[in-house]
Design a protein around this ligand. Sequence first.
Ligand code: ATP
Ligand code: MG
Length: 588
Amino acid sequence: MSPTDPSSAKASGSNFIRNIIDADLAANKFAPRRWSGRPGPAEQHKVSLGDTPKIRTRFPPEPNGYLHFGHAKSICLNFGLARDYGGACHLRFDDTNPEKEEQEYVDSIIDAVKWLGFDWGANLYYASNYFDWMYAFAEYLIESGNAYVDSQSAEEMRASRGTLTEPGKASPYRNRSAAENLDLFRRMKAGEFADGAHVLRARIDMASPNINLRDPAIYRIKRATHHNTGDAWCIYPMYTYAHPIEDALENITHSICTLEFEDQRPFYDWLLERLAEGGLLQRPLPQQIEFARLNLSYVVLSKRKLIQLVEEKHVDGWDDPRLPTLVGARRRGFTAEGFRRFADMIGVAKSDSWIDMSVLEGCMRDHLNETALRRIAVLDPVRLVIDNYPEDQEEMCEAPNHPQQPDWGRREIPFAKELWIEREDFTEHPPKGYFRLFPGNTVRLRYGYVVKCTGCVKDEAGNIKSVHCIYLPDTKSGTPGADSVKVKGNIHWVSAKHAYQAEVRLYDRLFSAEAPGAGGRDFIDDLNPDSKRIIAAQLEPALKEAIPEERFQFERHGYFVADRVDSRPGAPAFNRAVTLKDSWSKAR
Ligand code: ATP
Ligand code: MG
């Protein structure tokens, strides 16, 4: 499939971004190019598009937090486009802000993108490696009359910026000569001035209806140690200045970002045009395209709020399975394929909308249904004693590993006189339509025998200690007599003697409100108090050998994963990923 073949876009459904790319490729917009213009620093960064016109996208996280579900949308979009069009997608750490960035976040982001199934090849970059370029470009802007050093205070600058309806006022320093500006800027870099004493501003238009074009700041003095460049710099570029340059230096063709950057696009274009005019960048220049961010109900996707949840210990760390972080989702048992399907399903649009959490859960459920081995688990155990089954007898019952995948084989489950069954599968006083165990009723023990309930034994407080029954010896599943007795109920069980007792965490949504914090409430008040419940469950013995991250359907309960952090060899703990059905929509 050639990259210009429009059918190449069909793989993940068409959308407005693919239409733009198709048109650009049809117009052969991306001829091969190399850098020219003024020589850059020795370790200058070069990316060549090669000989074929292909697209280049990038995923540019700031390493100041863990990636969340919103980032997954952006990752799937950017890497997905590169994959479908035979282009490349760069992983670029947008680390121009020295204060909040940490190696821990860099590592976690690398892990998360890999986990989602994407590969950047050799295209891993750090914006901070372009500081020399950004500085050289700023000097050029000064020389060409496109930037000046402003010595107003922050308050003065804010006061003279104007409003949406009123133009801004020119700074008294706006008409400094290029020579004076260059001298001041070099001394800013040399550390001669205190933080905040001066800023470098682009010289555009103080009367522009777009406030972002009213001489935005592009460099500030900030004495802070940077995780990559250490103390080499005491001036740092502003994000809005750095980002277009990063894109251009990496030959990005389509710089895809969320809608809140729409008003920044004129500055993005202005800056790159000036640099191209001066011969510092070659055309064609990258183009910024905005799409609607992911808004998901029942979670918060703001880094600030996620940090608060972690720091105030409302959750157990960044990888808490209830958090909408990718590390959390992974521990929860969500799958990378589920996220990719979700991204394809919701598509990309140009206006904001909300996606219900059940859509994401549905994608996970569908994928887990296809891929998870079936196992038996009793989550709320009560003992079932088969009074007519010999004390020392044991036998094996057979169950398929997956009902739709006969190739995945079958497994043996031990059967004995005493079993664990779910407490709710027995009642003394059955309501109408209850077909499970009650005195006098017969049910099938799934993959085993038909049993007839004879009653129960209670303690002094009236709690049921054990349920009693007799079994019908000729009714074992898979034998000729299996269907000789018709029953309406079918319950699951594990042999008490053979069961593996494990810690199982029943996770539910972290927030009980659809839009946490809406209407001026504190979002913390919307936390769901029942989002985590830890139980001691009785599991079929095969589950003892589960390896971390192995996922299962616990029949009748939902999808579970062997926890990748707390499991020990031969002693896995399990987390619930999703229930079998969408219990939230039913409740509403
Ligand atoms: P910050 O407020 O700190 O900038 P951020 O969520 O934008 O937070 P970045 O690290 O800048 O974090 O994000 C990296 C990329 O992920 C950006 O290109 C951003 O547009 C994209 N992104 C972030 N949140 C979402 C979201 N909810 N939906 C889609 N894309 C998102
Ligand atoms: Mg951002």
